[in-house]
Design a protein around this ligand. Structure first.
Ligand code: CMX
Length: 439
């Protein structure tokens, strides 16, 4: 496979580069850590490395050096489609080059060969109570697929060593990502369509196949939305909860299934991926309270009521970004083109005009601007996918493209088990006291 050969060809140079950097300059300081950061969720501590994506506070994400608008323009797309193949994005994340249409298609075809879900996955999901959250089912589905891990099979057979861990990890990543549209659609169909399943249309690309499998095979607009969605949610450097949890668990040589399941359990938190469901709920609450559309003053008051009740305004703020998230902007552009008159979409625009000012007045929010989650649910809602507790599953499908690509590279570069050091509060107090005396 071209993908595998391309990675293999880069490895000698990458390994030599990293070995030299660590061996010759391993004791050069990257930064310092203060007590506020130790107690403050390690915010801004530079302690991770990835070459797959980088988030600039003002510019936003670059995936392999490309901004979101550049990606949407340069990645190959299916004939007649507005948005790119996910297979091309996956190639870019792994290889670092924009693929040709043939290279993107090679990934798409490889996924088609590997997309069959084993029967036991459905049995596991069906055995859960009807009220189970879709993210729980998603994480369980990933763990159920773990029985097929090539890494575990070959590791236990003594076939692997540090040099070739990555090849088994790549096989696991390909096998798992191939099945994600089918797994997500199965969850959707079990929960919201009475278990109705569609006969797969094998002509469709990976993103569109998800749309078709949830019964939207006659909606090219929704297929394009999903192509956009699966590209923009894929990776956001290494320190966010889903990426870091995946990396941490993978660093113990746990396979791609265990590691991504852990990552998805983090994505399921309301301060991370669940914010997209919370955001839509918040917008619907606004609509319900003001009989469809509020005035600007009413909306402002509603935002204050949320804050005064001790809640966050979902979809706003970010740990790293300091400007509107380009993933929000890309979806806004899509919405302006396809649903400018949709009432909920108009409300999203009004929230965008009002909420940053409100958050700014709080005086403590470092970034009052919208993040990716402030709009994604609204676009889904427009196309009739209205079961908003499902939205984080779609985020997860995309995110696994990024975090599993990172895991392949972590194994390829021999990244070690993670083990930061912890201190007690008394030790931190002692450090603070010593600093005070020395000052
Ligand atoms: N609404 C209300 N308060 C907010 C806020 C928001 N949208 N964003 C930040 N704040 C508050 C924080 O809770 C914090 O308050 P305390 O000091 O009282 O604890 C203060 O402002 C400072 O926070 P910050 O440094 O600006 O932001 P953090 O890095 O701590 O947190 C995030 C980042 C995303 C968790 C936070 O902005 C938030 O909770 N946003 C709403 C939830 C959300 O949209 N999450 C999705 C993020 C994207 C993703 O991961 O998918």
């Amino acid at each position: 496979m071209d993908l595998k050969e391309k990675i293999a060809a880069q490895l000698p140079d990458w390994r030599a580069r990293v070995t030299k950097l660590v061996k010759e300059t391993g004791d050069v300081k990257v930064g310092e850590v203060n007590i506020g950061q130790v107690y403050g969720g390690m915010r801004s501590v530079k302690a991770l490395v990835t070459d797959i994506s980088y988030v600039d506070p003002n510019e936003g994400i670059r995936l392999r050096g490309y901004t979101i608008p550049e990606l949407l323009e340069k990645l190959p797309r299916p004939a007649g489609a507005e948005m790119p193949y996910a297979g091309g994005l996956y190639y870019l994340l792994l290889v670092g080059e924009i693929p040709t249409p043939e290279q993107a298609m090679e990934v798409e075809n490889e996924w088609k060969k590997r997309n069959q879900l084993p029967a036991h996955v459905e049995q596991v999901l069906r055995s859960m109570p009807a009220g189970t959250h879709p993210m729980t089912l998603f994480s369980q589905g990933l763990l159920a697929l773990q029985t097929d891990s090539i890494f575990v099979r070959d590791y236990e057979a003594g076939l692997l060593n540090k040099e070739n861990y990555w090849e088994a990890a790549l096989e696991d990543s390909l096998n798992l990502t191939a099945k994600l549209p089918g797994l997500a659609a199965l969850i959707y169909n079990l929960k919201y369509r009475g278990g109705k399943q569609e006969k797969p249309d094998t002509a469709l690309d990976w993103s569109a196949s998800f749309a078709q499998l949830i019964g939207k095979g006659d909606d090219p607009g929704y297929m394009d939305l999903m192509r956009l969605y699966f590209v923009i949610h894929s990776d956001h450097e290494s320190g966010n909860v889903s990426a870091h949890a995946t990396h941490l668990v993978g660093s113990a040589l746990s396979d791609v299934y265990y590691a991504t399941s852990a990552g998805m359990n983090g994505l399921a938190g309301p301060l991370h991926g669940l914010a997209n469901q919370d955001c839509l709920k918040w917008l619907l609450d606004v609509r319900a309270k003001f009989d469809q559309f509020p005035t600007r003053d009413q909306l402002e008051q509603f935002a204050w009521d949320t804050l005064n009740a001790g809640q966050v305004i979902p979809g706003y703020g970010h740990a790293v970004l300091r400007k509107p998230d380009p993933r929000f902007m890309a979806q806004l552009e899509f919405g302006l083109k396809h649903m400018a008159d949709d009432e909920l979409f108009r409300l999203v625009n009004m929230v965008y005009e009002v909420v940053p000012g409100v958050l700014g007045q709080l005086g403590k929010v470092k970034n009052p601007w919208p993040n990716v989650d402030a709009i994604s649910g609204t676009l889904q809602y427009h196309y009739g996918v209205r079961e908003f507790d499902f939205y984080t599953v779609m985020f997860g499908v995309s995110r696994i493209l990024g975090v599993s690509a990172n895991l392949v590279w972590a194994r390829a570069l021999g990244q070690p088990i993670e083990r930061p050091k912890s201190l007690t509060t008394a030790m931190l107090e002692q450090i603070a006291e010593s600093a005070r005396v020395a000052a």
